[in-house]
Structure formats: structure tokens, C-alpha cells
Design a protein around this ligand. Structure first.
Ligand code: UD1
Length: 430
């Protein structure tokens, strides 16, 4: 089992290149099967979840040609099987996008009920309600979501809760339904816009993505396209917080600074300097960090996927901070691990009350999920002594070459797979 071993204390300094957005790419890859022509997708992050989805797409018959680590060509004309189920796909959340894509194109889908990070109960009722409203018969049997329709007919859908997944999924299906669909209370995240742009480049007719009302006029067929995925705002934000925690100076390149505004605002509030360029952001943390309050919200609010990384930084900022999680009910599982590193955090319902300590102390910790795993790595980089982060397959689901990018910024971090390698690293750095 792979682990990260880290010797903390080095400020991160230098430049880091951000990859394509995982959560946009997962939806775009699924939508790519909606045409019988060949679609080329660039700026794909080479991470675990993407590879699991590509394998599932291959398993149902589509041609998947991995041109290089970040480019893929997909041809969906060979799909003969509408049943998507294997032990890996069951574990990722974004498998749900194949329901929307297959249902839109073939009026039929059988997809394993999605898993994903264990950050609370994660229903997909809004997705299913949306498919039903478009005319599909939807059922859950033997761990599969079964959706089928004679005809899909555009309609007016109001989402009871703002959901990124439901917005994108319904948008995909509605793109190939008859007539007009209006999605109200839609999610406004940058990847909703990216998927809409991608579908439009395939001939779909979607207007209003990025606002809370999306209007879609269904088309009969979609066609080939070449498309480049937007940069990953969460990967970018993770490096920005790593710069803050280690008192570093990091320029995060290949980003859209507008997508990072909530993160930038919080970094400024706690005493970092943030400089914005056209497609880069520089974070300098030369002064003591101070406390603040943060609440996770849907875009353009502070992203829930950034919450653990922010909490790790506040854990070593002066004074008492609060972090309120308003999207997922169980997203503080990393707190116990961080406590082992000396953090003083108390969780009351969905609020973490954080009393800043001077520094963390290295310890052996487990990554409980993807983003919390990355946050524990940040804690290790800022800690005194050696930290070992276990269960890093979670981190590898969403971060490409995380340890290599950090090492290039001056971090002392290695991926290891045995006690012996940990000892070797410890000897080397002491
Ligand atoms: C996506 C992201 C995830 C991110 C989250 C919020 C992917 C693969 N995952 O997850 O990284 O943390 O957006 O930005 O893109 N809800 C329902 N019923 C539904 C759907 C959602 O009640 O049918 C609730 C959820 O439990 C949650 C809230 O709505 O409380 C938002 O969830 P949603 O935006 O749908 O998140 P995911 O698509 O699961």
C-alpha cells in the first residue's frame, strides 16, 4: 500500500502547473459518448477517477484511444451495452454521469449506483427526479440505476437543492430530449459552464449555464468536437493553501483566477499576499497568519472541496477560527487525524471551532477521503518532524503527481510502499 512520507518545515517556493479539472473532465468524458463521431478531449488530468471512468466507457463498447496522458479520443458509435458496472465504477461518484449521457442518446441506461468519497449521505434523488420529469421510467434494482424512456420530452425542472451533479446530468439528457427544458435553481460552478460549452461545441443548444436558470433546446444528434478541459480550481487552491501553511511563495500557473476568488479572499483575510495574473496566481505568506470564519457554499461561495485544506491552515493561524460545512454532513473526519498532529479543533454539529496552535508535529495519519487526504499532506509539510500519510489512493483519485509537484517546490516528500523505505527516507532527511 502506497504512503507519503514527509519531513515538514520547508517553505514551498517556486511555480507549479495546474492540470485539467477532474470534476469537469468526468462529465465531459461521459458526454463524449453521446455522439457517434470521434471526440478529442485535451487537458485531461491523469488521475484515478478519470482512468476508472475511461475503463467503464471502454467496457460498454466505446473506442477509447489515449493519445497521451492528457489527451483522449472517444468514439461512442460502437456502444452495444448499456450496463455499466464493475467494482471500480461502483466506488466513484461521477459514474452517475453515464446515466444522463446514455439515457439522452439511447433512451436507456443501467448504471451502478454511485459511491465516491465518504463525506456524508450522498443521494442522487434530484438526478432521478430530473430524468423522470423528462419522461424516463427510473428504478433502482440490484445496486443499479435503471432508466428507460420511449421518448424524452423537454420540461420545466426546479431543483430543490443546488446540486452540481444533478444540474450537469439533467443538462446532458435534456440536450437530446424533444423540445425545451428549463432547469431552475441550477448550480453555477465553473464545471457546469465547461460541460455546457463542451456540449454546445458538439451541437447542443444550451443557454444560461453559469446562472441559476439553464435553458436547453434538445437536438436530435450531436457531432464531433475537439475540446480542452478548464483548469482544476481545487488542485490550484490546494497549492495556494500549501503555500500559506508553509510560509512559502508559490505561483500557481495555468489557472483561471476568477474561479479562485473565494479562496483568494480567504487567503487575503488571514494575512497572505495574493497577486493575480492573466492565467496565474502568486501566494506569498511572509507574515503571521490570523484567524477567520468560513462557510462552505455553492459557487461562487467557498467550495466544500477546499474546506479541509483551509482548516489545516487555520489550525496554525493565531486565534480562534470557525469553519462551517453547509454542503456535506460528514466532512470533518480528518479532524481526529489532525488532532494527532497537535491541532486543537472541536467539532459541534457542522461547525469546526479551531484554536490555532503554533505548529503541527509530524505523526502517522490516514487519508479519510480525497480532499482531506491532500489537507493532511499540507499539515505534514508544515509540521515539525516526519509525517506518514496512509491510504493515499484517495489522494491519487484527484491529484496528478501530487508528491512530484510538491517536491519541485522544495517539499521533502516521497511516495513509499514499505517501512524500510520510510526508514531510508528518515535517515536521508535527518
Ligand atoms: C460534486 C463534486 C464534489 C463536490 C460537490 C459540491 C463530482 C464528481 N463531485 O459532487 O467533488 O464536493 O459537487 O461542489 O463532481 N444532493 C441531494 N440529492 C441529489 C444530489 C445532491 O440531496 O440528488 C445534495 C448532496 O447530498 C449535497 C448537495 O446536494 O448536500 C450538493 O451536492 P452536489 O452538488 O450534487 O455534489 P456531487 O455532485 O455529489
Amino acid at each position: 500500500m502506497d504512503e507519503y512520507v514527509i519531513k515538514g518545515g520547508n517553505p514551498l517556493v517556486g511555480e507549479v502547473e495546474i492540470g485539467g479539472a477532474k470534476n469537469a473532465a468526468l462529465a465531459i468524458l461521459s458526454a463524449a459518448v453521446m455522439t457517434d463521431e470521434t471526440v478529442t478531449i485535451e487537458n485531461l488530468p491523469n488521475v484515478g477517477d478519470i482512468n476508472v471512468l475511461l475503463n467503464a466507457i471502454k467496457e460498454i463498447g466505446a473506442r477509447v484511444d489515449r493519445v497521451d496522458a492528457h489527451t483522449v479520443k472517444i468514439n461512442g458509435s460502437f456502444i452495444r451495452d448499456f450496463n455499466v458496472d464493475n467494482e471500480y465504477i461502483r466506488k466513484i461518484r461521477a459514474s452517475y454521469y453515464l446515466i444522463g449521457a446514455l439515457l439522452g442518446k439511447y433512451k436507456r441506461a443501467e448504471v451502478a449506483l454511485p459511491g465516491g468519497c465518504n463525506i456524508g449521505s450522498r443521494p442522487i434523488d434530484l438526478h432521478l427526479k430530473g430524468f423522470s420529469a423528462l419522461g424516463a421510467k427510473v428504478d433502482i434494482r440490484h445496486g443499479l440505476v435503471l432508466a428507460e424512456a420511449e421518448r424524452l420530452i423537454g420540461t420545466h425542472i426546479y431543483l430543490d437543492k443546488v446540486s452540481v451533479g444533478a444540474t450537469i446530468n439533467i443538462m446532458m439528457t435534456a440536450s437530446m430530449a424533444e423540445g425545451k427544458t428549463i432547469i431552475e435553481n441550477a448550480a453555477k460552478e465553473p464545471h457546469v459552464v465547461d460541460v455546457a460549452n463542451f456540449l454546445n461545441s458538439m451541437g447542443a443548444n444550451i443557454r444560461g449555464a453559469g446562472t441559476d436558470v439553464i435553458r436547453i433546446v434538445g437536438v436530435e444528434k450531436l457531432h464531433k468536437t475537439e475540446y480542452s478541459v478548464i483548469p482544476d480550481q481545487i488542485e490550484a487552491g490546494t497549492f495556494m493553501f500549501a503555500a500559506a501553511a508553509t510560509k512559502g511563495d508559490v505561483t500557481v500557473k495555468n489557472v483561471i483566477p476568477k474561479h479562485l476568488e473565494a479562496t483568494t479572499a480567504k487567503l487575503l483575510e488571514i494575512g497572505c499576499e495574493v497577486e493575480e495574473f492573466d492565467d496565474a496566481v502568486r501566494v506569498v505568506a511572509s507574515k503571521p497568519l490570523h484567524h477567520t470564519q468560513v462557510t462552505t457554499l455553492t459557487y461562487p461561495g467557498f467550495p466544500t472541496d477546499m474546506q479541509p485544506q483551509m482548516a489545516v491552515v487555520l489550525g496554525i493561524a493565531e486565534g480562534t477560527s470557525t469553519v462551517t460545512e453547509s454542503i456535506f454532513e460528514n466532512r470533518f473526519k480528518y479532524v481526529d487525524e489532525l488532532t494527532r498532529m497537535g491541532a486543537k479543533i472541536k467539532v459541534e454539529s457542522n461547525i469546526a471551532i479551531i484554536n490555532g496552535v503554533e505548529r503541527y508535529t509530524g505523526a502517522r495519519v490516514n487519508a479519510p477521503d480525497l480532499r482531506a487526504g491532500a489537507a493532511l499532506v499540507i499539515a505534514g509539510l508544515a509540521a515539525d518532524g516526519i509525517t506518514v500519510v496512509d491510504d493515499i489512493y484517495y489522494i491519487e483519485r484527484g491529484y496528478e503527481e501530487f508528491e512530484k509537484k510538491l517536491a519541485a517546490l522544495g517539499a521533502m516528500i516521497e511516495k513509499v510502499s514499505s517501512e524500510k523505505e520510510i526508514q531510508k527516507f528518515t535517515l536521508k532527511v535527518s
